[in-house]
Design a binder for this molecule. Structure first.
Ligand code: GRF
Length: 195
């Protein structure tokens, strides 16, 4: 049986692409993407999923009166597709504690900073403004907080003289694309061993 992965995204989808490439090449062994769900129907990531022939679902956040109703719609897809692991890949909405509890230790996220530093939005800009000499990315389990769950893997990058938010973000993003597939592979291999 293949490992079943679901992706939640809201935008560009480059981390989704990195995971999908790793699934295709076997860098994430013995796995398949069973659902790509976006709360933003026009998200580039969703279009990319469709181009790859993957099951892509728009669950428009604006079409639901509450976060609860929106999550219920996503949950009905997830319960049907039965992913072992849900990867947040630029999913820009906080998940409720009910959702997180339902998939406890089965939801991963990637964040563009060395957590616990700079959780939340604009992490790259804040690291730069604080005069840090390095930053990076963190793959972590999702808990009820904002970017607070147990850390799985981190990758550092230097902050260089003359860096802008754009140059630093690009340097971090390149590491994200290596780190996220590696973390997914590690978690799946742990699940195989019954961890
Ligand atoms: C990445 O910087 C990721 O760390 C953050 O959101 C961004 C998503 O980018 N959580 P993409 O949509 O994967 O290109």
């Amino acid at each position: 049986m293949k490992h079943r992965l679901a992706i939640l995204l809201s935008g560009r989808g480059s981390n989704f692409e990195a995971i999908a490439d790793a699934v295709e090449s076997g860098t994430i062994p013995n796995s398949e993407i069973v659902a790509v769900i976006s709360d933003v129907p026009g998200a580039r990531g969703l279009a990319l999923a469709k181009e790859r022939g993957l099951p892509a679902f728009a669950v428009d956040r604006r079409a639901y009166a509450s976060r609860r109703a929106h999550e219920d719609a996503m949950l009905s897809i997830l319960e049907r597709e039965k992913p072992e692991l849900i990867c947040l890949a630029g999913y820009m909405r906080l998940l409720s504690s009910e959702f997180v509890r339902r998939y406890r230790a089965r939801i991963l996220n990637i964040h563009p900073a060395l957590l616990p530093k700079y959780p939340g939005l604009d992490a790259q800009r804040r690291a730069l403004e604080a005069g840090e000499s390095e930053s990076g990315c963190t793959v972590h389990y999702v808990d009820e907080g904002t970017d607070t769950g147990p850390i799985l893997l981190q990758r550092k990058v230097p902050i260089l003289q003359g860096d802008t938010e754009e140059t630093l973000s690009a340097r971090i993003l390149a590491e994200e694309h290596r780190a996220y597939p590696e973390a997914v592979a590690r978690v799946l291999s742990g699940l195989e061993k019954g961890a």
